[in-house]
Design a protein around this ligand. Structure first.
Ligand code: FCB
Length: 426
């Protein structure tokens, strides 16, 4: 079919959320946190009570996969404690609802949140967190091994460690503690290796049909200097690249550690260009006018860089020789045309990478719902479904981006060659 963006038949077309951002009623370090828009996560989208309805929405979207977190703080009340049966049952029921609709779950074990007893003992700076996490994973995997074969240990360890200890954005809000940053990454990498061992030996996969898969989700940001001859900005970009990309990937996947993972998860939102030591992105307070003047295309958070996506996937394939899942990509904007264009551009790059032989097995759009976007509260609109947070019933509504994604999942979305100049010849 000419002009149709085609993907492999078994490709996973999914969407993603995380517990703190959608569930509500969580007790972790985010419970008392007030975001820049005054919002908090105590109710969020109330996915905790409304997951059945949300699974129906997923079925309407036609996705065949869902990347969901399981919230550690709900399941264990102390180190090495048994799992809370009521909370476990709720997740089991959610997994069963997904199964009825033919939706494959990818379960994330750590997405920026911890039980309070971990936080009060020093969080991921404390090496005792590693055996506590592995114990949790061992119990969870044994409880869910007939229902889950796709496991994601850590979501964006680099974002978590940098916002907690370098940039002061996430609790406990520390700044410039480089040694703490390194320690958190090293402890998480060790926990990943041990947890992966457990998952690969314990999990049988859905009814024994599928061998378990395990990996991390690495956020990738390109860091570049905005001006060609700005030496200090080039040096800062190199340092950021080293700390956030190279060091993290090397600690998780370098040497024999690579053998722990069966795939690499990639979260891709784009680029940060530096000008006089400032990142030219909206999350850094740079105004739309200024970004327009400079010709920098952004959503409400980051600079978009679709043409960097395909080359990145190729590089990962060559370097790590692991299958890849795009564990997150999305755009925040109230302009649906912008978001659809952005998605087409990235899918076009993804299709190109597949043509070039990169083994990408799935794509998870961030996010199913508008949700609690950490420091920015409810001001960033990432949902395939919008949520009206001013209405206490929190009604969901299909967006035009959701409709476009539905056509992708159904394999009938139009190709988008024209939207990226220079890519027409592919
Ligand atoms: C990623 C996070 C996810 C969400 C998106 C916008 O870094 O994993 O929770 O905040 O960004």
């Amino acid at each position: 079919m000419d002009g149709v963006l085609k993907f492999p038949e078994k490709f996973l077309w999914g969407t993603a959320t995380s517990p703190t951002q959608v569930e509500g009623h969580v007790v972790n370090e985010w419970t008392d946190y007030l975001a820049s828009d005054g919002g908090h996560c105590r109710t969020a989208c109330n996915h905790y009570h409304r997951y059945e309805e949300d699974v129906d929405w997923m079925a309407q979207l036609g996705v065949n996969a869902y990347r969901m977190g399981i919230e550690w703080s709900r399941l264990q009340s102390a180190p090495f404690a048994p799992l809370n049966p009521k909370e476990l049952d709720r997740y089991v029921h959610l997994l069963d609802c997904l199964k009825v609709k033919g939706i494959t779950p990818m379960v994330v074990l750590h997405h920026f949140s911890n039980p309070p007893w971990i936080t009060s003992a020093g969080g991921w700076l404390n090496p005792a967190t590693i055996p506590a996490f592995v114990d949790y994973v061992t119990k969870l995997v044994s409880a869910l091994r007939d229902r889950v074969w796709l496991w994601n240990t850590f979501n964006e360890p680099d974002t978590y460690a940098s916002l907690t200890y370098l940039l002061g954005g996430f609790p406990p809000f520390h700044k410039w503690r480089f040694a703490s940053y390194r320690k958190v990454i090293k402890h998480m990498a060790e926990a990943h290796v041990q947890a992966s061992r457990v998952i690969r030996s314990e999990a049988r996969g859905g009814n024994g049909a599928k061998a378990p898969e395990v990996g991390i989700a690495k956020n990738w940001t390109y860091f570049e200097a905005f001006q060609k001859f700005a030496v200090w900005d080039h040096l800062l970009a190199l340092a950021a690249h080293y700390a956030f990309n190279h060091f993290v990937l090397d600690t998780f996947l370098g040497g024999r550690r690579c053998e722990a993972s069966t795939y690499l998860g990639v979260n891709y939102y784009g680029r940060a260009r530096l000008n006089h030591f400032q990142a030219l992105v909206p999350t850094n307070g740079v105004s739309d006018e200024r970004l327009n003047q400079l010709g920098i295309v952004c959503d409400d958070m980051f600079e978009r860089h679709p043409s960097g996506f395909g080359p990145l996937l190729k590089k990962f394939q060559q370097r790590y020789r692991l299958p890849i899942y795009i564990t997150e990509h999305g755009a925040a904007s109230t302009n649906d045309d912008f978001r659809i264009r952005d998605l087409k551009q990235h899918l076009h790059e993804l299709r190109g990478a597949l043509d070039d032989g990169v083994d990408v097995r799935g794509f998870f759009y961030w996010s199913l719902l508008d949700n609690f976007e950490w420091q920015f509260g409810y001001s960033k609109k990432f949902g395939l479904l919008s949520v009206d947070f001013n209405d206490e019933k929190l009604p969901r509504k299909m967006t035009r981006v959701g409709e476009f994604y539905r056509s992708i999942c159904a394999g009938r979305a139009e190709d988008s060659r024209e939207v990226i100049p220079g890519l027409a010849a592919r």
